[in-house]
Design a binder for this molecule. Structure first.
Ligand code: NAD
Length: 524
């Protein structure tokens, strides 16, 4: 790759003045930079300034100062700013989508999903934060005499470490409820997602959020990421299970909380009463959206043996009909993978499966003619536990098809392995599908959809069981993770100790009498 700093003839994909206006927002004081290129054609996008550990410390210092002021801003005013951000995102959707496509290589329609997801998140927390953060009234030890309220107090500065696969959503959506709860944010996006994250920061500024409340640092996960976990009051991490474990250990050492949104090997179940065509249409989106680089996308597909052949034929047919071309265009169904590492991993999973006897129903090859990191959408059959892609997350456009006979059997197989992020069930009988969902050990189960029904229902929690993480984003859970609970109990009229003239023994007897009455009255 040409280094455009050394090669003045290099053709950039983006206007460099605009890029420099964005990158000026990275908290970085030295000269170190890193070139970022587009996965579409390798064209340079710009140079990202790199933050040192001292820069991370400076980012936290500024964020802390800003947070102290922000904590006094009423929640309704914070909400007003967030609704303003919502409007700006919709107004600037084309510019945002263009940048997401350039930086990630994903097809425009999938980049646009991100724009909508962040806008919807801004609307949701712009309308609901005050309700989620309102103090709760709880029963006191002496009813009427002990008045108790539980307050939601900001944690302080939240560190957000995010991956490359959904650069706009992952950079912003988790941070918006953190701001609404009165926190500041120091964010470290992935190196292949920094420009989009910086555009998000620009939008926050344009919406009127105070200067310094949102900081971005850039650099390697090992160095800068660790600096964040050493300074934050709470960490929101999205990425691989391996890194998630490291983050969890670092947070445990400091006794701070963290939410971990990690990997998956998600199962889709097509029951015998499902409409094969509807299920096949859903399976294409389930497996190949964003080239399969989506934590909630499907990599294991279990189909009732009665409809297996009909379903498989439709699924292959629909997959072969997908369109590939310029990811900037709406008509393109799938773009390239994000990097050579991703291409190598996906290729290795498919080659390993084929070498050990799996059958390729469609796809199975890299296609340099369609893009430097393009890999065909691939459907495998006959995958066995000896093959890497049986249980390990591929995080690419590869799905394995398995027939099943009984529902008990398929639930056991869906629960196999250590992940538990998302599952999908296709059936005409929604009550039966709901009953099966209750037996699946995943944080979300979608019926007659793959992932969008739960992910886009922003009032409900989203996250993983087992090795897929802990904690939840979205809904009341997604904002309350960013607050400390503080109980304030006000005692009136009668103190909680022996009354005047009463001995400790008499006070003890009174407590016992009171306890019996409360039990009879069924007061908790
Ligand atoms: P990754 O763990 O390699 O990197 C994620 C982020 O962590 C990056 O910003 C990276 O720089 C940083 N990082 C790396 N090492 C670090 C360290 N030692 N300390 C602190 N930070 C560090 O993951 P990835 O390959 O970028 O992302 C793909 C993975 O993310 C997949 O497993 C996918 O399933 C998962 N993911 C999960 C969700 C979810 O919501 N559950 C969403 C998107 C992606």
């Amino acid at each position: 790759m040409r280094d455009p700093e050394l090669d003045p003839t290099a053709t950039y994909r983006l206007d460099q003045q605009a890029v420099r206006r964005l990158t000026a927002r990275v908290r970085a004081s030295g000269d170190s930079t890193q070139l970022v290129c587009s996965p579409i054609d390798g064209a340079p996008l710009g140079m990202i300034p790199q933050s040192s550990p001292e820069d991370v410390a400076a980012a936290f210092a500024r964020a802390r100062a800003a947070q102290r002021r922000w904590a006094h801003v009423p929640v309704v005013e914070r909400q007003r700013l967030l609704l303003g951000l919502h409007d700006l995102i919709l107004q600037q959707r084309e510019e945002i989508t263009d940048l997401i496509v350039s930086e990630s290589g994903k097809a425009r329609k999938h980049a646009f999903d991100e724009v909508m997801h962040v806008a919807m998140t801004a609307r949701y927390y712009g309308l609901k934060s005050a309700a989620h953060l309102a103090s709760d009234h709880r029963s006191g030890v002496l009813p009427g005499l002990t008045r108790v309220q539980v307050n939601h107090v900001p944690k302080g500065v939240v560190g957000i470490i995010s991956p490359w696969n959904y650069p706009f959503t992952m950079a912003l959506a988790d941070g918006l409820p953190a701001l609404m709860a009165g926190n500041a944010v120091v964010a470290k996006p992935d190196a292949q997602a920094t420009l989009t994250a910086l555009l998000g920061m620009r939008l926050l500024e344009e919406a009127g959020f105070p200067v310094d409340l949102w900081q971005i640092v850039a650099g390697s996960g090992e160095v800068i990421g660790t600096e964040i976990t050493q300074r934050a009051d709470y960490v929101c991490f999205t990425g691989s299970t391996a890194t998630g474990r490291l983050i969890a250990r670092q947070c445990a050492d400091r006794l701070i909380g963290c939410s971990l949104e990690l990997g998956g090997k998600n199962p889709m179940l097509v029951l015998r009463d499902a409409d094969p065509d509807r299920a096949a249409e859903g399976a294409v989106r389930a497996a190949f959206s964003n080239s399969g680089q989506l934590c909630v996308s499907m990599e294991r597909l279990f189909v009732a043996d009665q409809i297996y052949d009909r379903f498989a034929a439709r699924f292959v047919e629909r997959t072969r009909a997908m369109t590939f071309g310029d990811p900037m265009q709406w008509a393109t169904d799938m773009g390239p993978l994000v990097s050579q590492d991703q291409l190598d991993k996906v290729t290795a999973h498919v080659d390993d499966a084929v070498a050990k006897g799996a059958t390729v129903l469609t796809g199975g090859r890299p296609r340099a003619d369609l893009g430097r990191y393009f890999f065909e959408p691939t459907i495998l059959e006959g995958v066995t536990p000896a093959m890497t892609c049986f249980g390990s997350e591929t995080f690419g456009p590869v799905i394995s098809l398995y027939p099943f006979h009984s529902e008990t059997e398929v639930i056991d197989r869906a629960n196999e392995g250590s992940y538990g992020l998302n599952a999908s069930i296709y059936s005409r009988d929604v009550s039966r599908a709901r009953a099966l969902a209750a037996r699946i050990r995943c944080g979300s189960v979608n019926i007659n959809e793959a992932f969008a029904a739960s992910f886009a229902s922003l009032d409900s929690p989203m996250g993983g069981m087992r090795d897929s993480g802990s904690g939840r984003r979205q809904g009341s859970e997604g904002i309350r993770r960013y607050v400390e609970l503080q109980t304030v109990a006000a005692q009136r009229l009668m103190k909680l100790g022996p009354l005047p003239g009463m001995s400790d023994e008499q006070w003890g007897a009174l407590l016992v009498r009171n306890e019996r009455i409360m039990r009879k009255l069924r007061r908790a």
